[in-house]
Design a protein around this ligand. Structure first.
Ligand code: TYD
Length: 197
């Protein structure tokens, strides 16, 4: 089972990803908890490059998908094949939101890369942690480790929110939209209610 968490900055994805992983581990299920960009040694190296400086838009999308292919082929697919529940903080939906809706990249490039690079590996369930960008950016600022994307302004982050909501509406069987303005435990409860068996 492949579960992903998506959403804007400061939505609380990583906390909730840890809680989902702990839930399955407590049931005795093998769990692989991971994140993007990253999740492998090469992917983490690419993460450093992506977060530390700006790129031409298409190059940036290719770098995200290079990291993702490494992640899928070397870590996610083997974990799924071994029967693990894979819980991933961000996946391909983030590239559609950030690189296409946010940065004006071509949707056809995103679609082509999904088809060419992921070998059909696709989440079974995606939790979209939705909240207004003002609230998310304020939380991210409190966290104090501002990354390059967090500095891109409210317009940018508003487009990202809409893109995620649009994607969720387009694939209702995969997505569960969660109100991330709720207290942490309320968000967890809403997620647990939507976990696949
Ligand atoms: P991170 O610190 O993990 O942000 P967050 O805690 O909000 O998830 O940094 C990841 C950043 O990379 C985040 O700002 C979103 C961005 N990103 C993309 O632009 N495209 C992608 O495909 C992915 C996976 C992430």
């Amino acid at each position: 089972m492949f579960i992903t968490l998506e959403g804007g900055e400061g939505a609380g994805k990583s906390t909730q990803a840890r809680r989902i992983a702990a839930h399955y581990a407590a049931l005795g299920r093998p769990v692989f908890l991971t994140r993007e960009p990253g999740g492998t040694a090469g992917g983490e190296a690419l993460r450093g490059l992506l977060l530390s400086r700006g790129w031409e838009g298409g190059a940036e999308m290719l770098l995200h998908f290079a990291a993702r292919r490494e992640h899928v082929t070397r870590a996610i697919r083997p974990a799924l094949a071994a029967g693990a529940v894979v819980v991933c903080d961000r996946f391909a939906d983030s590239s559609l939101a950030y690189q296409v809706a946010g940065q004006g990249g071509a949707r056809a490039m995103w679609q082509g890369l999904v088809e060419l690079t992921l070998d059909g590996v696709w989440p079974d369930r995606t939790f979209l942690l939705d909240l207004p960008p003002e609230a998310g950016l304020a939380r991210a600022a409190l966290r104090g480790d501002t990354n390059r994307y967090e500095t891109l302004g409210l317009d940018f982050h508003g487009r990202i929110r809409q893109a995620f909501l649009h994607q969720a509406a387009a694939e209702p069987a995969r997505f569960r939209v969660i109100d991330a303005t709720a207290p942490l435990d309320g968000v967890t409860a809403a997620i647990f209610a939507g976990l696949p068996a």
